[in-house]
Design a protein around this ligand. Sequence first.
Ligand SMILES: [Cu+2]
Length: 81
Amino acid sequence: MLKTSLVAAFLTVMALSPAYAADLCNDAHMKQMDDMIASMTDAAMQKQATAALDMSKAAMKKGDTAECMKHMDEAHKAMGM
Ligand SMILES: [Cu+2]
C-alpha cells in the first residue's frame, strides 16, 4: 500500500519536473519527432505538427524549456498524441 503510493508520487514528480521536460527538448527527441512527422499521412496535420515543432526547436535553441515544451505539446497534439 505504502509502496504503491510512493511509486505514484514519484511518477507525478517525474511528469512535472523540469528535468522531464528537458528530456524531450533535446536533439535526440527532435530527430525522433522529425521522423514521426515525416511518416504522418494527413498532410494538413503534418503541416501543423511541423510548424509547432519548428517553434519548439527555436525555443530549445534559446534555452527556453517551458516554451519548447509548450510548442512540443502542440506538435504532439497535431500528431494525435
Ligand atoms: Cu515530442
